[in-house]
Design a protein around this ligand. Structure first.
Ligand code: PGA
Ligand code: ZN
Length: 409
């Protein structure tokens, strides 16, 4: 156990070129931990609050740093995170900013691992993690809030369910990304890249699914293991609350039509993973969909039935997840530490999920840095999936860290 002796906060660049918060924590025994906050674009309405980086840093310097310097041990993550909560004093980190909070929380964990001379995943729970590395979910085509004039759905994902290793999965996803680029070029479709490095063509969701299916099939034949498809619909962003409909350009779907549409896509395309198919307040609709497709084939090594994952629905909150469990809504939770502001919050959500049989999927944000904490979190908690893109330095930082962890384990 070692005390915090120095805390530094600074503004650094994220992958969109926006300022984000980086924290350094030093300990009395010479340990150093560093971490950066990520940032969402399609943020859920119930997330902890991100403040402008300058404001978050000023508020954290005033309120959080003195508490961390007042006898907090970096190895006791719950006490670090309790100090952050007490310094903030609100339910949603709106005083010091969830961006400052999560950077400090993760930096403390890195400092503790440094003191131990152990990799972060080991400090966070490596001893009981099992030997299965998480499978990377690869966003290869996308639109929504991550790219203008592209698909309506936010993410079309490669899911290498049969991959023998995380390394094989990461390379297979990158190969799908490459194959999609070639297929789009063959069809004469121009495409830039969205915020997460996925291709962002101005095509219908149905065409994106067709292109992805072709790419996934050809890569699966090449690599010799099973690959499937998934979606992050990010339906909160499509939902027009005033009219009570989901908007797709000029057309609209009622909540019932949206549900039927998603169920049909799952059945037709054998989707193994669907995130946020409905808006963030739709516990009942999620429950209906889960009953319909959540326990049906396709079964994989990771799970039986399609994973219906709540991102904006649960926002890594134990309270919202518990409400979902009681309602039978979804069977999986997306875990983003900055949605809740601390590693303790992320761990508690994963633990709550596990006791109810919900699969935790640890995830990046669209705005990222070279920070690799989520790769360690996914390994430490035995999460079946890590959603962290396919290409681009801030995405490969996590994938390469996962490969290193797997290689050295
Ligand atoms: P965000 O998107 O980081 O922009 O919120 C990621 C997601 O919706 O999963
Ligand atoms: Zn999402």
């Amino acid at each position: 156990m070692t005390l915090v002796t120095d805390v530094v906060l600074r503004r650094v660049l994220d992958s969109r070129g926006n300022p984000t918060v980086e924290a350094d924590i030093r300990t009395e025994s010479g340990g150093l931990g560093r971490a950066c906050a990520p940032s969402g674009a399609s943020t859920g309405g119930f997330e902890a609050v991100e403040l402008p980086a300058r404001e978050a840093i000023a508020a954290a310097r005033e309120h959080a740093v003195p508490r961390l310097l007042d006898g907090v041990y970096v190895g006791d993550q719950r006490s670090v995170d309790r100090a952050l909560r007490a310094a903030d004093g609100t339910d949603d980190f709106s005083r010091i900013g969830a961006n400052s909070a999560v950077a400090l929380s993760m930096a403390a964990a890195h400092a503790a691992a440094d003191v131990l001379g152990a990799p972060l995943f080991q400090h966070l729970g490596g001893a009981f993690r099992g030997d299965e590395a998480p499978v990377p979910l690869g966003n290869v085509i996308g639109g929504g809030e991550h790219a203008a004039d592209a698909t309506d759905f936010q993410e079309f994902l490669a899911v290498p369910v049969g991959a023998p290793s995380a390394e094989a999965a990461a390379f297979a996803n990158a190969a799908v990304h490459d194959a999609v680029g070639d297929l789009l070029a063959d069809r004469g479709i121009a495409a830039g890249k969205g915020d997460e490095g996925a291709w962002a063509p101005a095509i219908a969701d149905s065409e994106a699914l067709a292109v992805l299916a072709e790419a996934v099939d050809s890569v699966a034949a090449d690599v010799g293991f099973e690959m499937r498809m998934g979606l992050d619909i990010a339906a909160t962003e499509l939902y027009d609350e005033t009219a009570g409909v989901y908007r797709y350009g000029d057309t609209a779907r009622s909540p019932d039509e949206q549900l039927a549409h998603v169920a049909e896509l799952i059945e037709t395309h054998d989707l193994v993973y669907v995130e946020d198919p409905l808006t963030e307040t739709e516990f009942a609709g999620f429950a209906t969909l889960t009953e319909r497709v959540g326990g049906q084939p396709p079964a994989t090594a990771q799970h039986d039935g399609t994973l219906l994952c709540g991102d904006d629905l649960f926002v890594t909150s134990v309270e919202r997840l518990t409400r979902g469990i009681e309602a039978g809504a979804a069977n999986s939770i997306l875990v983003k530490p900055n949605q809740v502001g601390t590693l303790t919050g992320a761990f508690d959500a994963i633990e709550r999920a596990r006791t109810a049989g919900y699969r935790p999927v640890v995830s990046h944000r669209s705005g990222e840095t070279e920070d690799t904490t989520i790769a360690h979190l996914a390994v430490a908690t035995g999460a079946p999936y890590l959603k962290t893109g396919t290409v681009g330095g801030e995405r490969t930082a996590k994938l390469n860290e996962l490969i290193r962890i797997e290689h050295n384990a």
